[in-house]
Design a protein around this ligand. Sequence first.
Ligand SMILES: Nc1ncnc2c1ncn2[C@@H]1O[C@H](COP(=O)(O)OP(=O)(O)OP(=O)(O)O)[C@@H](O)[C@H]1O
Length: 648
Amino acid sequence: MLYDLLRSRWLQALLKIYECLQHYLGKRPDPVMLQARALSREVVELLHEAPQSGEIKELRRLLRSPHFKASFLQETEELFLKLSWFDFLGGKKKMSALLSAHDTVAQKDFEPTLPPLPDNIPENEEAMRIVCLVKNNQPLGATIKRHEITGDITVARVIHGGLADRSGLLYAGDKLVEVNGVPVEGLEPEQVINILALSQGTIMFKLIPVSDRPVSNQTTLYVRAMADYWPLQDPAIPCADAGLPFKRGEILQIVDQNDALWWQARKVSDLSACAGLIPSNHLLKRKQREFWWCQPFQPHLCLKSSISSKRRMTCRLTKSVWKQLSFNAQRFYQAVISSAAMKFTNLHLAKASEKVECCVAEKEALWAKELVACMLGVFSSTVPLPHPAGFRRSMRLCRRKARLNQQSCYSRCPSSCCSALAAPYEEVVRYQRHPTDRHRLIILVGPAGVGVNELRRRLITSNPREFQSATPHTTRVQKSYEMNGREYHYISKETFENMVYSHRMLEYGEYKGYLYGTSIDAVRTVLDAGKICVIDLEPQGIQIARTHELKPYIIFIKPPSIGCMRQTRKNARIITDYYVNMKFKEEDLQEMEESAKKMEAQFGQFFDHVIVNDNLQEASAQLLSAVHRAQDEPQWVPAVWICSDNQP
Ligand SMILES: Nc1ncnc2c1ncn2[C@@H]1O[C@H](COP(=O)(O)OP(=O)(O)OP(=O)(O)O)[C@@H](O)[C@H]1O
């Protein structure tokens, strides 16, 4: 009703008139008559725009009357009121009711009445202060403690934006004498807290103000939480209710670091809320260390593979190879795939080929030979390139294998695995890339099979002039149809190892005896060409990539619910260790979900954005806009990336 009313043209017209009158009222015009005419004209012009309702006619009549011209300053105000009330009463009974309801509410005094001040106020007014606060179901916003030396009960801290802070009457260090008439001397802080907790409405403090009020000259600091914190599960927090729970990756605004152990902070996602207590950097680090020692094996657990190597073996032929097969050979191939080949676990492709040959009867030998030839042909030089650089199967399988072999995490990912012992907060600043700066590196992270490569491929093919992948390095021999720098950079083992030792590899691994890896140089080449480099990375590589130079924007590709994946992944294929594509099985989906949870738990603090890959098209669109946002809009980045004198 209110919405309709506010949008109605007649009210709009009245408001315009009112504004116009206010304008003249402010000017206090002299002589009155001239101004009145001018006003009259303006008002009449205004009314021409308004609908010809009865109310407007009435207004017009009033405007032209000699009454109007007499003393317009008061009259016009009244006129407006008359008109509006005329209108309301004439047709808008609901509005009238609404207004009268408002008036009734407005006149009512809802504030609790403060009690009278006690008679026994000390003579020295400066020495003692009486403070009355009305709690109104909200926390007091202050904590108390026993002074270590004097044993007095004092205000330990006042929470920024809380009730006590807003009152401006309580300060950290004030000594409590009485609470609601109860002397606090001899009481434990917990007993005083109890009195406060039980008090409803008004709380009256008698206190001795602190002589040296702390002068707050702190600058506000923004940090990214690198750990989770749940105050309700922390027995050490001075007041659990005043605690601020946060999850890793959340950006916090730290408003008070006066206390060595407990800071005050807000979440940037809710800066209007009052601050809460968080453990200081030092304290949280100590807590993490204690936790780590309680569970020494916990932080060592690296992510396990999401698609296990126990997978079945099947054979996949490229389309061109498939076309080369005779009809019978195709049928034979399909039969092999659907039955016998399912049992070919952990066999090398060559061995699988032998087995196929053994399986077939004499008369089928020709087809079998053809099939075997075709299967082997998958590796041969005649097979066209199935994927562009950065999407090569060996590289992906190598990455998978590396993930599997991560038993000892220190050898591969010292920084990320020991994150429990690293800084719990990372100072961040707002950063927006200058249009002439190099683009930020885009890193996609996600459990195997979630669709990282599919999304990356779609993004790059959508605009290859804008997006490009980094060409990986390998120690394997270059094939005749390959070109150095296109599929891979082919380098010697020695050179590869040198690159690893000099930290020039973002990630690397071994597959079938060869080394594969993505180098920082390869990323740099793409960025230097003015393109946006989009790579996928195992999360263990994130820490190495997080540098001032690359300023990576990390996007986590998250699987949707298993139920949803059952629907959407019916035709999807995952790559297995034996160069074949397999349909997703239930166990694959479960492994994917588990792996995603572990990734989030261990590396969630580094994710700038999360995309749930439910519908492929929607996820692709989300990825495109996230990538553009990363390049063109301000984002929180580690402060050290921006401070030029401290570039990691
Ligand atoms: N949202 C989706 N809906 C349906 N199918 C999808 C979706 N996303 C990806 N797929 C399909 O799932 C399969 C696996 O995707 P993809 O190869 O991109 O996985 P990946 O995360 O790169 O795995 P890996 O790490 O093993 O390389 C592909 O067949 C892909 O087309």
